[in-house]
Design a binder for this molecule. Structure first.
Ligand SMILES: Cc1cc2nc3c(=O)[nH]c(=O)nc-3n(C[C@H](O)[C@H](O)[C@H](O)COP(=O)(O)OP(=O)(O)OC[C@H]3O[C@@H](n4cnc5c(N)ncnc54)[C@H](O)[C@@H]3O)c2cc1C
Length: 405
């Protein structure tokens, strides 16, 4: 295969790594560049980690699932709680999806573990040239090729040639900005505070994944495998309070004890504060430059859909690029990629995550009661619960995208 059939993948996040591995599995040469170096690659802030059934099937296609399962927690169930009266509203069990997927559960496995395993696989693959400490600075397109400029670890400029460039750079994508593509949407005024604690919340009836509604302070609570095991709890914050005040140990202890009264301090293992955006790129492709993952769409983490839908972009695109490069399909396939994945980003990921937040943060008592009654009814009726799970586990979005010509 000649170098002009190479795909330049920018960013070794979960999306870039899955794309590189899926392309290489289909005999496509890949140049994967990552701005972080081997020394600081694993020092990234904690993010994502609820991997839904549809994503687990894709991980399995590239041999990644077997590496992740021992490092994660198999979580078949998730809960909705009402913090105001301390009641469990509804429990959903992925076992209802046993005829829809080989993986009727969520795997709680953090982004950092996913990229550590996937990077090891990419480095070992003969068709993937991984360049760490290499940052894309600009790119140009010609009729049949793309030229990317990148700065390497020694500060030199490298020029990379390929047939296509795929931006898996995350939300700040240079490819998206340089292509003049609008990132349409909005940013919530309040930031989210994520506190990690070593405390087993299962003693209080919680399961591995919990969505907790409250008119004052809704939250999410998730269990992560150690050692030592940790639980992450996410709280909305006052936009007028600064980071230092929000992350003072005494302030975090007070917040945690309001959530769950304890006669001693919680063991806090870490914290971080992040802004929440709901944005979708107006286009996912300009000629030979293509966007995937967070460079194309960002959303609230409530529901755990960002990484998952980005990985779905990666596999959809890998299949199309491989067929185009092997002469089995025309470039029009890339327009279909945009139609399918942009539809999912707008109609599923954005719509669902906006709904999730609204549901948890609802203040009107009558609407809260109606929402909770509906959730209860849905969870208690197997056919409704299965439909609900098909949507939350992203199986629906994949099936719907397949129908888009
Ligand atoms: C607190 C939190 C919790 C979340 N929880 C979930 C969850 O449970 N489930 C879920 O599905 N999603 C979740 N998400 C979202 C998820 O983290 C992102 O959607 C996902 O990481 C996006 O993957 P990506 O590969 O597109 O981009 P990223 O993970 O951002 O990776 C981008 C990579 O590109 C590299 N890079 C950037 N610019 C350049 C450049 N110019 N040159 C070379 N390399 C570059 C970066 O160093 C990085 O390695 C969460 C997000 C947050 C903030």
């Amino acid at each position: 295969m000649v170098a002009s059939n190479r795909v330049i993948v920018v960013g070794a996040g979960p999306v870039g790594l899955c794309l590189a591995l899926a392309l290489a599995q289909r005999d496509v040469l890949v140049n994967l560049i990552e701005t972080l170096s081997d020394d600081n690659f694993l020092d990234q802030v904690p993010r994502a980690g609820s991997n839904h059934p549809a994503t687990l099937e894709l991980f399995d296609q590239i041999g990644l699932y077997d590496k992740l399962e021992p490092r994660g927690i198999v979580a078949p169930k998730f809960h909705y709680w009402d913090r105001q009266d301390g009641m469990l509203i509804a429990e959903f069990d992925h076992a209802l999806l046993k005829d829809d997927t080989r993986f009727p559960f969520v795997l709680q496995c953090e982004r950092i573990k996913i990229i550590e395993e996937a990077l090891g696989m990419a480095k070992a693959h003969p068709l993937i040239d991984v360049r760490m400490a290499t940052t894309l600075t600009s790119f140009q397109q010609a009729a049949k090729r793309v030229t990317a400029r990148a700065t390497n670890a020694t500060g030199e400029t490298e020029v990379l040639d390929g047939a296509y460039i795929v931006s898996c750079e995350g939300a700040r994508s240079i490819v998206r900005k340089d292509s003049g593509i609008e990132f349409e949407g909005f940013t919530y005024p309040e930031r989210t505070l994520n506190i990690e604690v070593a405390y087993d919340f299962r003693k209080h009836g919680y399961t591995e994944r919990n969505y907790i509604s409250d008119p004052v302070e809704y939250s999410n609570l998730f269990h992560w495998k150690g050692p030592p095991d940790r639980w992450r709890i996410h709280f909305p914050t006052d936009p007028n309070e600064d980071e230092a005040a929000l992350t003072r140990p005494a302030a975090m202890q007070a917040r945690l004890k309001r959530f769950l009264p304890l006669d001693r301090d919680f063991e806090i293992c870490g914290c971080n504060l992040y802004a929440v955006h709901q944005r979708v790129a107006q286009k996912f492709r300009v000629g030979r430059a293509i966007l995937a993952g967070d460079s194309a769409h960002v959303n609230s983490p409530i529901g755990g859909m960002g990484l998952n839908s980005g990985v779905h972009d990666a596999f959809n695109l890998a299949d199309k690029l491989a067929r185009i490069l092997h002469g089995e399909a025309s470039e029009d396939e890339l327009d279909r990629y945009e139609r399918q994945r942009r539809h999912v980003a707008v109609q599923h990921t954005q719509a669902q995550t906006i709904r999730n937040k609204r549901l948890l943060a609802e203040r009107d008592p009558a609407v809260r009661r109606r929402n909770h009654d509906e959730l209860r009814r849905t969870a208690e009726t197997p056919e409704l619960a299965r439909k609900f799970l098909l949507r939350t586990s992203l199986i629906d979005s994949l099936r719907e995208a397949e129908q888009i010509a």
